[in-house]
Design a protein around this ligand. Structure first.
Ligand SMILES: Nc1ncnc2c1ncn2[C@@H]1O[C@H](COP(=O)(O)OP(=O)(O)OP(=O)(O)O)[C@@H](O)[C@H]1O
Length: 256
């Protein structure tokens, strides 16, 4: 069995008397795309926040490559390879698309801290930023300031920034939400491409089941903050327990 890249052990958060994520234990391995689904208010985004460090756990642990990172904040977790898009808008609105990506490329390069190497690295950063913009199909907006981009292009830029940081865990929180019909396939193709690379650990919170079906190798279902189901997509989707959680009742049996 593959060693988990990211793991949660009894991960829990309470807001006052409400337990939004309740003792969730599971793990994520490289080369796998896991969709996290569940009804509204199930705790999906809160679970993401606990994994990426935006929220501190009330109990339980988060492990990255076997190391306990529960006490680390989001910046430290990002430095260690947890990348997240679409939850926090981390664009510099007055900088161009290219400048936004270039900053992320520079942040990734240890040589950037060395002022003597600054200019030798410059060309490589620019080229790397161009390449990332092409990957997300945003090269035509290279010189547009982020604040003037369409909603879909802003989201592509957020993915570009995440890619430039070269994480090994990619977290997508409803990546197609608010996107126009023609922009959706671009983002889905991009996620497929990351998946085909084979060495990334990809987590996706998504409401649209057609998107989940087309991308996921595995689905985990949260319900009232608890892990309700975990497995191969067709099996999880067909599970009466899961259907009941979504519909509020068990599916009717077919007769005849
Ligand atoms: N900061 C907070 N303070 C208090 N309660 C919170 C906080 N964040 C989330 N919650 C509560 O935790 C529960 C889980 O919310 P969460 O947003 O994680 O659900 P979700 O599954 O992502 O829902 P949706 O699909 O609607 O986005 C909800 O009852 C929500 O009201």
């Amino acid at each position: 069995m593959s060693v988990p890249v990211l793991e949660s052990r009894d991960l829990t958060i309470r807001f006052g008397g409400h337990t939004a994520v309740n003792a969730v234990s599971t793990s994520f391995t490289a080369g796998t795309l896991t969709a996290i689904v569940g009804p509204n208010g199930a705790g999906k985004t809160t679970y993401f926040n606990l994994l990426s460090g935006q929220l501190p756990a009330s109990a339980g642990q988060v492990l990255l490559d076997g190391e306990d990172i529960t006490r680390l904040g989001p910046a430290d977790r990002a430095r260690r390879g947890i990348g997240r898009a679409f939850q926090i808008t981390n664009l510099f609105p007055q900088l161009t698309a290219h400048e936004n990506v270039r900053l992320a490329v520079q942040a990734r390069d240890p040589a950037a801290a060395n002022i003597w190497q600054r200019w030798t690295g410059h060309r490589a950063w620019i080229e790397r930023a161009e390449w990332v913009l092409e990957e997300v199909n945003l090269q035509h907006q290279r010189d547009t300031v982020a604040s003037s981009l369409s909603h879909g292009d802003k989201r592509k830029l957020e993915v570009a920034i995440m890619m430039a940081l070269e994480p090994h865990v990619f977290m997508f929180d409803e990546p197609t939400a608010g996107m126009s019909v023609d922009e959706v396939p671009v983002i889905l193709d991009l996620i497929q491409k990351l998946k085909r690379a084979g060495d990334k650990t990809i987590l996706l919170v998504e409401h649209k089941m057609d998107v989940v079906r087309s991308l996921a190798d595995r689905i985990i279902v949260l319900h009232h903050g608890q892990l309700l189901a975990d497995g191969e997509p067709a099996t999880v989707i067909a599970s009466p327990l899961v259907q009941e959680a979504y519909l509020g009742r068990a599916p009717e049996k077919k007769h005849g």
